[in-house]
Ligand binder design. Structure first.
Ligand SMILES: Nc1ncnc2c1ncn2[C@@H]1O[C@H](COP(=O)(O)OP(=O)(O)OP(=O)(O)O)[C@@H](O)[C@H]1O
Ligand SMILES: [Mg+2]
Length: 282
């Protein structure tokens, strides 16, 4: 038992050295820009802010980060459940590390809730190596998405100004709050026509969350609609790399500048358990 406690204490000390942030990227409605956000956020933190970043494609069964990064999926998250260690499935691309996902309905069944918990625990063991661990999730709310969100220090909810997307973003926030009392959300309004539309969309969401859930939502940023994104998706390029002066890339830099200034508010659930466990052993 002493050895176990010592091992855990060492793990905690290593974690403190890096103080890595777990950030989940989620949305209610699909196709609102989560994956483009996640890839450009990872790229900008790594290349413009010199951060050590791990990006995870956790859109179970519908993975597509490998398409945007133009890399094959031979090594992917599923290998973890066939005896590979987490280090063995990590690939490097564009200055950051990535754990790729997989596609297909059969694979979805293999990735049950126990596998997700196992993945989250394995991530904790390598988290000391990273400043940021960014998890791109699938659209909507299921137990897998909920597990990632509740284990994260912060969850970024991406939405467009469309009323349906706003409604679904609200429904996602409400579900996670009702299930776990989790409140660490930040909102990104993507593809707004202009700043006014973005601000009024955010205010609608903020007012509902205030009134009905007692959550004070923060905005992370407004990302403009830009033709260069489609160009980059088609060419399998990263807009922040190919068009660093595009308004999208400039806004992404602002978001990252704000992000790196923020202290971590709270250790993840796992670490609380570790601290409690160590406390009991003393
Ligand atoms: N700021 C933007 N300006 C213009 N087009 C955008 C912008 N953000 C995303 N898109 C377009 O929207 C589409 C969906 O983007 P993306 O794949 O990132 O969404 P998603 O939320 O990850 O989707 P899914 O729910 O299927 O995982 C992409 O084809 C992309 O070209
Ligand atoms: Mg996606």
């Amino acid at each position: 038992m002493d050895d176990q406690a010592k091992g855990l204490r060492e793990l905690v000390e290593r974690k403190r050295e890096k103080n890595s942030k777990f950030i989940s990227v989620a949305s209610g409605k699909g196709g609102v820009g989560k994956t483009n956000f996640s890839v450009n956020f990872a790229y900008t933190l790594a290349n413009d802010f010199n951060k050590k970043v791990l990006l995870i494609d956790a859109d179970i069964g519908m993975a597509n980060i490998h398409i945007l990064l133009n890399i094959d999926t031979k090594k992917n998250i599923k290998n973890l459940f066939y005896g590979k260690s987490i280090e063995e499935v990590i690939v490097s691309s564009n200055g950051f590390d990535v754990i790729l996902g997989f596609s297909g309905i059969d694979s979805m069944e293999e990735m049950d809730d126990i596998s997700i918990s196992m993945l989250i625990s394995q991530l904790e063991t390598i988290s000391y190596k990273y400043d940021y661990i960014i998890i791109d999730t699938g659209a909507g709310i299921d137990t897998k998405v909920a597990s990632f969100l509740r284990a994260s220090n912060r969850s970024y909810i991406i939405t467009t100004p469309e009323p349906t997307a706003l409604m679904d973003a609200y429904a996602l926030i409400k579900s996670i709050y009702n299930m776990y009392g989790y409140k660490n959300f930040k909102i990104v309004i993507n593809m707004a026509k202009n700043k006014d539309e973005a601000i009024s969309s955010f205010n609608k969401l903020k007012m509902s969350a205030n009134k009905f859930l007692d959550i004070d939502l923060d905005i992370l940023g407004f990302l403009p609609n830009t033709k260069n994104i489609k160009k980059c998706v088609t060419r399998k390029e990263i807009i922040s790399k190919t068009f660093p002066q595009d308004p999208f890339s400039l806004e992404m830099k602002k978001i990252c500048a704000l992000e790196v200034q923020e202290e971590i508010e709270e250790a993840g659930n796992f670490w609380k358990k570790v601290f409690n466990f160590l406390g009991q052993k003393r």
